[in-house]
Design a protein around this ligand. Sequence first.
Ligand SMILES: NC(=[NH2+])NCCC[C@H](N)C(=O)O
Ligand SMILES: O=C(O)CCC(=O)C(=O)O
Ligand SMILES: [Fe+2]
Length: 347
Amino acid sequence: MSRLVLSHQEISDIQSLLKDITSHYNSVEDHDFIKDSCLYAQELPWRIREFINNFRLIENNLGTCIISGYPIDDYKIGLTPSHWKWKADALHTLEEQILLVLYGSLLGEVFGWSTQQDGYIVHDIFPIQSHENEQLGSGSSQSLWWHNEDAFHPYRADYVIFLCLRNPDKVATTIGNLNVEQLKKEQIQALFEPNFYIRPDESHLEKNESEIRKKSRENDGSNLITLSYEKINKMNSCAGDKISVLFGSPESPYLRLDPYFMDQLNNNEEAQNAFDALVRAIDGNIEPITLQPGDYCLIDNFRVVHGRNSFKANYDGKDRWLKRVNITKDLRKSRDSRSTSTSRIIL
Ligand SMILES: NC(=[NH2+])NCCC[C@H](N)C(=O)O
Ligand SMILES: O=C(O)CCC(=O)C(=O)O
Ligand SMILES: [Fe+2]
């Protein structure tokens, strides 16, 4: 896996840029900042822009890379929050989040989901009490099954970036790719056919919406978010188009799967066997990556899957804490699901 380590000069150049940006904006979710983020990103040091550009355009890497060295002040960022819904850290982690969006803007356009984390663009990943056993970023005691991010959705991200703010117990993120040589020709063929169905993962379910937002759309049946949850519920009942789990080039296929949220195919043994072989092949390639504070981990969501090992959460303000952003190469393809041409939220 390739890693770019920032030099002292680069860190100081980034800090000046962030200082300029935070004198104009006090929230990473600010629409104008999000729109202009690609302009600010052009002011990042050349070596970073070149590194990200190569990651984006030359797909001969392992589908993941890390930019490390940005200093995280463990005191300044404050305690690991107990829930994402309050955004209590918005100002304490503003610079770190802005840098996350700038890196994202070098890969494409950052976006969010109305049904996930209340429609915020920058997501939090830390353990939440009572989610221990859930297949959620906020889970802990169960390992998070590897997946492509939001694999169920046609408008899922091309890339995701994780920023590590805190990881005291060195809990590993797991990353894996496919080596197509591990599969037989007929298996590859079956995996390229629309034989499969992926249900939405639990982070998109209404039960994970905050009470505050739920209240705001009460008694309004035509509220757009209400309609989005109806769409999710429909997808959850497997009423949707079947998809292929491999696509693109048969010699170097792109991936689309989340095995935990896929049911057995009872009437297509050939496709099920091919799928099992695919899961085994990827499983054998899974590698742990332990993110350190200040690591920005870029993930090609078409070329690798990712997950997380289990760990013990303490809920003492010192738990592991990542931020995440989704990036698309093409905002226009989701225009039918965004309320305005500039909106970054998929309904
Ligand atoms: N296989 C899975 N567990 N998929 C769900 C992944 C977690 C989800 N992306 C979240 O934000 O919580
Ligand atoms: O916690 C991690 O390292 C990964 C989390 C993740 O994949 C997710 O929340 O979707
Ligand atoms: Fe994920």
